[in-house]
Design a binder for this molecule. Structure first.
Ligand code: GNR
Ligand code: NI
Length: 177
């Protein structure tokens, strides 16, 4: 197992449009294991391959929802070459964060429900209806495959405020460390 470094803004690689996976081989399985380890280590609920510098259409998600005071059981889900089918007109707002924009949060509105289609680690196709945090998270991760971050959904002013706060935090950390 390996924990991979996570790219952060303003790394230009985060703007890459990722390419479809064609080979469902041992190398893919190793990458997915490393992505899963990296997601848990960073306490994220999702991770796209481009966040660890690999421009391929691969996501891992684990919402890690557990009853109050209990530790969530690990149940990582893998989405390869995902697509969104019939997004709802109804939108849902969620306070989003991103491991590539560390410790910054802002409200983003997205379709409340979607139908998703994707391939698993063996190349088999699946479809499922999603709502709530799962719908939000899958759409956030799929944005990464197009080189889009949640801050790109904000007004220019709000985006600049978030990036300013991030730089302030980095400076303070830099002095303290
Ligand atoms: O850990 C994460 N939390 C989160 C919260 C609300 C909406 C989306 C997310 S995804 C994020 C991990 C991440 O950056 N994935 O790309
Ligand atoms: Ni993200």
């Amino acid at each position: 197992m390996s924990i991979l470094p996570i790219l952060e803004v303003p790394d230009a690689r985060l703007k890459t449009v990722s390419v479809p996976v064609k080979e469902f081989d041992a190398e893919l399985k190793t990458l997915i294991e490393d992505m899963t380890d990296t997601m848990y280590d960073a306490h994220g609920i999702g991770l796209a391959a481009i966040q660890v510098g690999v421009p391929k259409r691969i996501l891992v998600i684990d919402l890690q929802e557990a009853p109050e005071g209990e530790e969530a059981e690990k149940n990582p889900r893998v989405f390869i070459n995902p697509e969104i089918l019939d997004p709802s007109e109804e939108l849902a707002g969620y306070k989003e964060g991103c491991l590539s924009v560390p410790e910054q949060y802002a409200d983003v509105e997205r379709p409340a429900t979607i139908r998703a289609r994707w391939q698993d680690i063996d190349g088999k196709t699946h479809e499922e209806n999603m709502d709530g945090l799962m719908a939000t998270c899958l759409q956030h991760e799929m944005d990464h495959l197009e080189g889009i971050l949640f801050i790109d959904h904000l007004s220019r002013l709000k985006r600049q405020m978030v990036l300013k706060k991030l730089n302030k935090m980095r400076k303070e950390r830099g002095v303290a460390a």
